[in-house]
Design a protein around this ligand. Structure first.
Ligand code: HEM
Length: 449
């Protein structure tokens, strides 16, 4: 057993100083700890030991080698579980293994391809309604991300209620974000403003999904949706299926996990392209070379190669999940540190992505980092926007289909620039890493559109 105690910041008032720093800006706090103390850091918050790891090898140790000893943190389970039950995101152990086995086939490449058309249609519709001039691109990105994942999950009927759906889903996201970042999670029955929002939003979404499930049971519509896949998925080992309630909870999990992250990534990609007009121009040339109706069949590694590199580089500079959290289910050694049972463990994705040991000139936007095949210049496990190991993002192929496709559609339709004299957006850690107060850009329609 190792007796080495990692370095860390001094504790004041029982760690209240750290709690304040975490609540004010978790990314800033954890990144500055990495810069000051190194790859392994420890501190306590109100008696709770916390360990932070920030190197590719340590990330691999936490998320792959020692995955069995490290579970999803209790506070994440409580915060999400009370809203969406026991689901893929929050479960652990045998229950998670069975659920992941059941749901994985839905996200195989051949399954994902069916949703390209939906994403492109939703992006086209939303961009069609955007007027020229100053636009909050974060809102536009959020609309596209929510509607794309919603229609992929639930089918075209979502469009009938799309305005109400967008409003409710956005309000739910905002309330859940505030609740997860708050140290005091009041039971849902206490009528605080956010609790009321959560309850009324869930009522609407449950009603909508129940009626879609009933439709699905009765109709012979052959068009695939993720919800149909959820309802008909059969476990390859024990033959079990999800009941309606479980399918509804998994669908909501995907809606929440898949929209805020993708919306954040799209906003940052738009910001980077507005800042680097040469790259925006190159990307527009790449897109305009494709035959008009060919965006759908353009495989990211074929026709939309540069769009894919831009999206990947944006996920490196601004990873929506800045850190991946675990809790020690038993005592475990990571690196040379002895982690006690119950301790919180963070892998600092943001710090690894901004470390010059793994990415030369880490603050420079350079999509070509991802151009060599296979991305050999990037050390193993140094690039982890979707996590690593058994719990890595189940939707990453969906996101890597959606991101480049939406970017391509945006540059095809608009020339977009930073607002003169505006400052770089500040970073804000909500559920995902967003530009604080949204992202305003100036949009002009391209001549041929
Ligand atoms: C750019 C977009 C996205 C990013 C950056 C992202 C990031 C991540 C990360 C880092 C994890 C791992 C969390 C952990 O290990 O604790 C994760 C898990 C997950 N993601 Fe994503 N995600 C994205 C898009 C999506 C989409 C589109 C969906 C679904 C349609 C989705 C559904 C999920 C689910 C269900 C999990 C839990 C998987 C499990 O625990 O087995 N994500 N995501």
């Amino acid at each position: 057993m190792s007796n080495w105690k990692p370095p860390g910041p001094p504790e004041r008032w029982g760690g209240l100083n750290h709690l304040r720093a975490i609540r004010s800006d978790f990314r800033e706090f954890s990144h500055s700890l990495h810069q000051q103390y190194g790859d392994v850091v420890t501190y306590r918050v109100l008696g709770q030991p916390v360990y932070q790891f920030a190197s590719p090898a340590l990330a691999h140790e936490v998320l792959v080698e020692k995955a069995r000893s490290l579970h999803k943190p209790d506070n994440q389970k409580r915060a999400f579980g009370r809203i969406i039950g026991n689901n893929l995101f929050t479960s652990d152990g045998d229950q998670w293994i069975a659920r992941r086995r059941l749901l994985s086939p839905m996200f195989l490449p051949q399954s994902i391809n069916r949703y390209r058309e939906i994403v492109l249609r939703r992006a086209a519709d939303v961009f069609e309604q955007v007027s020229e001039g100053e636009v909050d691109v974060s809102r536009t990105a959020n609309k596209i991300a929510l509607l794309s994942v919603a229609e992929s999950l639930f089918g075209a009927r979502v469009q009938e209620q799309s305005d109400e759906f967008l409003e409710v889903a956005t309000r739910l996201q905002e309330a859940v974000t505030r609740q997860i970042l708050s140290p005091l999670l009041l039971p849902l029955w206490i009528p605080t403003r956010d609790n009321r929002t959560v309850r009324s939003s869930l009522k609407f979404l449950h009603g909508m999904i129940s009626s879609l499930i009933a439709d699905h049971r009765q109709s012979s519509d052959e068009r695939p949706t993720l919800l149909k896949a959820l309802l008909s998925a059969t476990d390859s080992v024990d033959g079990t299926r999800l009941n309606d309630r479980q399918a509804m909870d998994e669908a909501l999990t995907m809606l929440l996990a898949g929209s805020d992250t993708t919306a954040a990534a799209l906003s940052w990609s738009a910001f980077l392209l507005a800042k680097h007009l040469d790259m925006q121009h190159q990307l527009r040339m790449e897109v305009n070379l494709l035959p008009a109706d060919n965006m759908l069949s353009a495989h990211p590694t074929g026709g939309l190669q540069l769009a894919e590199h831009v999206f990947k580089e944006s996920l490196r500079l601004y990873p929506p999940a800045i850190a991946i959290a675990r809790q020690a289910a038993e005592p475990v050694v990571i690196g040379n540190a002895q982690i006690p049972r119950g301790a919180l463990v963070f892998v600092s994705v943001y710090s690894i992505h901004h470390d010059s040991r793994w990415f030369p000139d880490p603050e420079v936007f350079e999509p070509r980092r991802f151009a060599s095949e296979p991305e050999s210049a990037i050390p193993d496990h140094a690039y982890l926007p979707f996590g690593l190991g058994p719990r890595a993002c189940i939707g990453h192929r969906f996101a890597m289909m959606e991101g480049p496709l939406v970017m391509a559609e945006m540059v095809r339709r608009f020339d977009f620039r930073l607002i003169e004299s505006s400052r770089e957006p500040e970073l804000e850690t909500q559920l995902s890493l967003h530009p604080r107060n949204g992202l305003r850009l100036v949009l002009r329609r391209c001549a041929n559109i």
